[in-house]
Write a protein that binds this ligand. Structure first.
Ligand code: CO
Length: 160
């Protein structure tokens, strides 16, 4: 595995929809392993492929709960409900935090690294992280949803 360079804003690749993955091969496994290592290195709870310069619909989320690492390839949101408002950050925007409203429940389908389809329901902070990463794959950045930027002293314990 290796740690990849994080692409920070502004960069064209962060603001365009990514292409679907068609090859479920060793190379994809390596990308996912590298993304995991990179996310851990930079203390994130999620990472999308465009953030390491890849124009592909690949994202991972790991909020260190019992769900473990969620690998999402070509994900599609099936259903959302509820609302949650809270602080959010992004590895592509170092030291920038803001309040974002997202659904409190997200049901999505995606493929795993072997190309097998699964459906998953997530809630609360995990739903926030999944929604944030799927947004990345559609070229949508959290800054387009921030209703209020936050000062550092308001941010005790906020994860990116
Ligand atoms: Co992000």
């Amino acid at each position: 595995m290796s740690i990849r360079k994080i692409i920070t804003f502004p960069s064209e690749i962060l603001e365009q929809p990514c292409k679907p993955v068609h090859a479920f091969d060793k190379k994809l496994g390596k990308v996912l392993n590298d993304m995991y290592e990179t996310m851990i290195e930079f203390d994130g709870v999620g990472l999308a492929a465009p953030q390491i310069g890849l124009d592909l619909q690949i994202a991972i989320v790991d909020i260190e709960d019992e769900s473990g690492t969620i690998e999402m390839i070509n994900p599609k949101i099936i259903e959302t409900s509820g609302e949650q408002t809270g602080p959010e950050g992004c590895l592509s925007f170092p030291e920038l935090y803001g309040e974002v409203t997202r659904p409190n429940y997200v049901k999505f389908e995606a493929l795993d690294r072997k190309g097998k389809k699964y459906v998953k329901e997530v809630e609360g902070f995990l739903a926030r992280a999944v929604h944030h990463e799927i947004d990345h794959l559609n070229g949508i950045l959290f800054t387009s949803k921030v209703t209020r930027y936050m000062k550092e002293e308001e941010l005790e314990g906020v994860e990116e």
